[in-house]
Design a protein around this ligand. Structure first.
Ligand code: NAD
Length: 314
């Protein structure tokens, strides 16, 4: 049977890749409703969807910050039937907290957290009535673990994780599945937008020592992490497609196995000091350790390449 999949944020990145991946399913198991805030940006998706366009994939407008826009979109689906919701739309934010306005922080939460809440309120009651459905949420490893200068973004993903962890208990009772997808760095527009915003942020309230850490160290470190550990949106889409197709979908799924050791540190020490000290050392003894962590990253990259080539061999 064909499942209706409603996806948000499909003009670029992971959302676009996943919409295309599902629409091109050989067994045609999905009818993809790929949504985006601004339909003027539909060209990239149309191009990649190719012959699937208007067959297994249709493009609709949806802004996750507007209840009205969400309602209109869901009402447009026959019988309002959303079998799978993929909450993907999201914004990033980096920098010292003193450099960001509370208005910008609220608008990030409005998309990353309240966008999810609005969507769930619209589709979850129907899913409960039908006693089936799957809510798939693009979280992040930063929803499990904080990172310097990602305070607000990480908080928004922690909010997403707490919300889903609570909701999952109720969902289970109604036969509805919830899955959190937790990617590490993914090379998409997301990264470009981060650096663009960082380049024009107001740093006047930030002291010199913090600025040195942010501009002198963090920016280089972040770029390196994306280059060395970054996955492609197609890779993340492939993992997410597997979760959607799973008979018993996992509640949490990390797409990048290289991050699992780092997120595990947290569970190894309930005081929280172990991961805190590990990250602190990695960042602040950077003369020595920056070089060491870069060579560690390079080693991991080598391992990743090896894993990929293993996976490809018959
Ligand atoms: P992206 O910027 O390419 O895609 C995000 C999409 O969300 C864009 O198409 C954007 O237009 C859309 N969007 C933003 N606000 C919206 C709104 N109000 N309504 C509807 N759409 C809106 O970046 P991406 O990397 O593909 O990000 C997708 C998701 O993956 C996000 O939730 C992000 O937090 C998460 N994620 C990204 C990374 C990464 O490193 N890129 C890592 C972990 C998790």
């Amino acid at each position: 049977s064909c499942r209706n999949v409603l996806l948000t944020g499909c003009s670029s990145g992971i959302g676009l890749a996943l919409a295309v991946r599902l629409a091109k399913d050989e067994l045609k198991r999905f009818r993809v409703i790929a949504t985006m805030r601004n339909l003027d940006k539909r060209e990239a998706l149309e191009k990649q969807a190719g012959p699937a366009l208007d067959k297994t994939l249709e493009i609709r407008q949806m802004d996750v910050t507007s209840e009205e826009s969400i309602r209109r979109c869901v009402e447009g689906i026959p019988q309002r039937r959303v079998d799978v919701l993929v909450n993907n739309a999201g914004l990033g934010m980096i920098g010292p907290v003193e450099s960001q306005s509370v208005a910008a922080m609220k608008s990030l939460f409005d998309t990353n957290f309240f966008g999810l809440v609005r969507l769930v309120r619209e589709v979850f009651p129907d899913m409960k009535r039908r006693r089936r459905g799957h809510i798939v949420v693009m979280s992040s490893v930063l929803g499990l673990q904080g990172l310097i200068f990602n305070d607000i973004y990480s908080a928004s993903k922690f909010a997403v994780e707490g919300f889903c962890e609570s909701l999952a208990l109720q969902a289970l009772k109604f036969g509805v599945n919830i899955s959190l997808i937790e990617p590490g760095p993914v090379v998409t527009e997301f990264e470009r937008k981060l650096y663009e915003e960082a380049a024009c942020m107001d740093l006047s309230a930030v002291d010199q020592e913090t600025l040195d850490i942010f501009q002198g160290f963090y920016m280089a470190y972040s770029k390196e992490v994306f280059t060395v550990l970054g996955q492609s949106p197609d890779e993340v889409a492939e993992h997410t497609a597997k979760v959607i197709m799973a008979e018993k979908p996992p509640f949490r799924y990390q797409t990048n196995s290289l991050y699992t050791p780092m997120t595990t540190l947290k569970h190894a020490d309930p005081t929280g000091n172990l991961p805190l000290n590990a990250f602190h050392q990695m960042i602040f003894q950077h003369d020595r350790l920056f070089k060491a962590s870069l060579s560690l990253l390079k080693m991991l990259q080598w391992r990743k390449r090896r894993d990929v080539s293993y996976n490809k061999s018959p």
